[in-house]
Every structure is written in structure tokens, then in C-alpha cells.
Design a protein around this ligand. Structure first.
Ligand code: SF4
Ligand code: SF4
Length: 397
């Protein structure tokens, strides 16, 4: 379970595709958090559902003044949780670096490649990019990524995949060259998330499912497949679910119920929200926490989809319809707009795994897909060597 802590919904930037732009303030800073209530909410959630890590998120969490940022980080560390920060990495100061070192905080940077590809982030007020400001923003982000790496504080990198950084082979070459450079600097983790347009001006940069499929396969075949030392999503997630190891995979492939997402978010006033990705759909407060035995059932959406809209999809029980916050038609009951992409990539990696080890019984080959969803929701794990479920004591195998 991930605990997100959002000291502010605002951000000094206005990236072209920011999916949070509907809930926050872009290119305006509004800081009206209540630190005590935030800390109370964090402690309450952690009592109800113990977490190992809190991620400071936003908006831009580094907009919070240093003194309060330190109080918040120290409080979370005292609860026994590790802390990381997800930031644009464009306003990092020496004081931040000292603070992060003091509390062993890792920083994840959001960037879509080297400066020449990182063009949809930055200042895009109402779709009009501010070229000179953006040029300086891009250089600064790259410099800060390098500083964080030198200081051994760089966690991972969050990269959104779109036409401006993955629309042709030349761009893809630059993108993987940059990922390689990050590795040389000491960072082996990252995410490559497909972009969807939430603003009219980001629409031309959206790649179709076919284009995304070709881009992900190109990066795999020309780079990642020979780099086992790298741990970049979605590759390891797709292979994990095929091998029955879905707990190692992203929340997208673990079944998400929207009302009760596996992510808890604490807002600036201590409000407890569902995953930040769902906020754009207007669902602000989280379903009221219930005792463990009564937690909302996350498998329901996946089971319903595998019998209806995704009934013909051989992989529906593995991607489970994907993230509901990016659902088709904005209706969380429907599958993610990327379900065909995940399905095709699962088929691609299924072929590769079977070519290497034809005796494996992959989770794509289970006799009953609905039973699979039911079994994993009970804590059982598909064993690709025996072709059976391994269940915790008292379960059914
Ligand atoms: S840095 Fe993040 S929160 Fe800020 S505008 Fe860009 S995508 Fe949105
Ligand atoms: S809404 Fe999407 S991103 Fe959030 S927890 Fe669910 S699957 Fe994950």
C-alpha cells in the first residue's frame, strides 16, 4: 500500500498534459495546508493500515517551506516509515539536499527524457508554451537530476511516453540513451507511463495504441532486453504478472476499485482521499475506512470486466482492466484506455517466455480466468512450475 502526502495541490509549472490540472492551481502557488491535521491523518491511516513508505507528492511538494517540510518528514520518519519525494526537480535547493540527506529521503524526478525531448513539461499556460522559460526549466531539471544522483539521493524517474519523446526511432534512441546515462549516474529505476491527453493542446502528442506498442517493443528489443540491471516499468510488471507474481507489479495490474484504491492520499487539510489519479473525476473523499475484514472488494471490477467488455480478451485477468482513473469515456467501471496495449504487450512477453521455457505454465494459461482473480484476491499465487495455486494456510490450491 502506498501513502501519498500532498502538502499542496498547486504547482509552479503547467505541463501540457498535467492530469492534476483540473484539481489544482497551475503556475500559481497556493499554500494553505494544515500541518497538524495532515500529521494526525497520517498517524491515523498508519494505525489502521500500516505502511512502510510515504511519498510526498503534489502538485509540487517542494513548494512547502523548508521548516514545515522538515517537521513533516521528521514526523513520518518517527512513525517508522521511510519517506520519498516525487517532484518536478526544478526547484531543488542546497537546503533541500541537506534535509534529504539528514532524513535519508530519496527523490523521484518527473522528466520525459533529456532536455530536447522533455518539451511537454514546464510552462504551457492555456496551451501556449513559454519557450525561453521552458528552455531554462529543462536545463535546470537535467542539472538537478545529476546533482541528486551525485548525492546518491535520486530514487527513480517518472517519464511519460508521447509523440515528442517516442514518436520515431530517432527520439526513442535518444530516450534510451538518456536512461542509460541515468544508470551510469547511479539510478536503475524508472517508469515509462503512456500519456493520455486531458487538454486539447496535448492531444496531438498522444500516441495511438499501435504506436505505443511499437515504441515499447522497440525500447525492449533495442535496449532493455540486454540490461537486466535496470528496473523500469512496465516491463518487469508485465513479466511479473505472467509468472504469477502480481504483487511485484504496479497497482494498474492488481485490480483497483476506484472507491477504495490501493493508494491512500492525505491532502493539505488532512483530508483522506483515494489515489490522487482519481481526483480529476471529482471523487474527493475516500470510502470510509472499515475494519480489515470488511474492506471493499477490489476484485469486483476485474471480474465484471472479464465477463462483459473484456470477455474476449485472453489477458483480462492479468491486467484486470488497468487503471480506472484513465478509463474509457471517463467511466471508471470501464477498462483503461490502454487495456489493448497491456493485452498486446502481455502476448508479446508470453511468446518470449514460452520460447525460452516452453514447460512453464504461465498465468495467461490458467484454466479459468475468473477463478484466477478470485484466488489471487485470497492471497494465493499461481505457480508457473507446477501449474497450480500456492495458497496461504487455510486457502485452496
Ligand atoms: S510538474 Fe507535475 S503537478 Fe506540476 S504541472 Fe507538471 S505534471 Fe502537473
Ligand atoms: S487509480 Fe490507478 S494509479 Fe491509482 S491506485 Fe488505482 S490503478 Fe493505481
Amino acid at each position: 500500500m502506498t501513502l501519498l502526502v500532498m502538502p499542496t495541490y498547486s504547482c509552479h509549472l503547467a505541463c501540457a498534459y498535467c492530469f492534476e490540472s483540473t484539481i489544482g492551481w497551475r503556475m500559481k502557488v497556493k499554500l494553505d495546508y494544515d500541518l497538524d491535521r495532515m500529521m494526525e491523518a497520517i498517524a491515523r491511516i498508519n494505525r489502521l493500515q500500516p505502511h512502510q513508505e510515504a511519498v510526498l507528492h503534489g502538485g509540487e511538494p517542494l513548494l512547502m517551506p523548508l521548516r514545515d517540510l522538515e517537521r513533516l518528514i521528521a514526523f513520518i520518519r518517527n512513525l517508522g516509515l521511510s519517506v520519498s519525494v516525487q517532484s518536478s526537480c526544478s526547484i531543488l535547493s542546497e537546503e533541500h539536499i541537506k534535509l534529504f540527506k539528514r532524513y535519508n529521503v530519496r527523490v523521484g524526478c518527473s522528466a520525459d527524457g533529456p532536455p530536447e525531448l522533455n518539451v511537454l513539461r514546464g510552462f504551457w499556460p492555456r496551451g501556449k508554451p513559454l519557450e525561453e522559460l521552458n528552455r531554462r526549466y529543462r536545463e535546470k531539471v537535467q542539472r538537478n537530476i545529476e546533482i541528486l544522483a551525485e548525492e546518491k539521493l535520486l530514487g527513480g524517474v517518472l517519464t511519460i511516453v508521447h509523440r515528442a519523446n517516442a514518436g520515431d526511432v530517432e527520439k526513442l534512441r535518444k530516450l534510451v540513451g538518456w536512461i542509460n546515462k541515468l544508470y551510469e549516474l547511479g539510478s536503475r529505476y524508472g517508469r515509462l507511463n503512456p500519456m493520455y491527453a486531458v487538454t486539447p493542446w496535448s492531444k496531438p502528442y498522444e500516441l495511438s495504441v499501435d504506436e505505443l506498442y511499437r515504441a515499447y517493443v522497440w525500447m525492449w528489443e533495442n535496449f532493455f532486453q540486454d540490461r537486466p540491471e535496470l528496473d523500469w516499468s512496465p516491463y518487469h510488471d508485465l513479466v511479473a504478472v505472467l509468472l504469477g507474481q502480481e504483487r511485484r507489479a504496479l497497482c494498474w495490474f492488481n485490480g483497483c476499485g476506484f472507491y477504495d484504491a490501493p493508494v491512500w492520499t492525505v491532502g493539505p487539510k488532512g483530508e483522506v482521499l483515494s489515489c490522487d489519479r482519481t481526483l480529476g473525476a471529482g471523487m474527493w473523499l475516500r470510502a470510509r475506512p472499515l475494519p480489515k475484514t470488511q474492506l471493499l472488494d477490489r476484485k469486483i471490477r476485474a471480474i465484471a470486466l472479464c465477463q462483459t467488455e473484456l470477455a474476449g480478451d485472453r489477458f483480462c485477468h492479468l491486467h484486470k482492466g488497468g487503471c480506472p482513473a484513465e478509463a474509457l469515456g471517463g467511466d471508471w467501471r470501464r477498462p483503461s484506455r490502454f487495456w489493448r496495449l497491456w493485452s498486446r504487450l502481455l502476448e508479446y512477453f508470453e511468446r518470449r517466455l514460452k520460447a525460452l521455457a516452453p514447460w512453464l505454465k504461465l498465468a495467461s494459461e490458467v484454466p479459468d480466468r475468473l477463478e484466477y482473480i478470485e484466488m489471487v484476491s485470497r492471497g494465493c499465487v499461481w505457480n508457473p512450475f507446477t501449474g497450480r495455486y500456492d495458497c496461504p494456510k487455510g486457502g485452496r490450491g
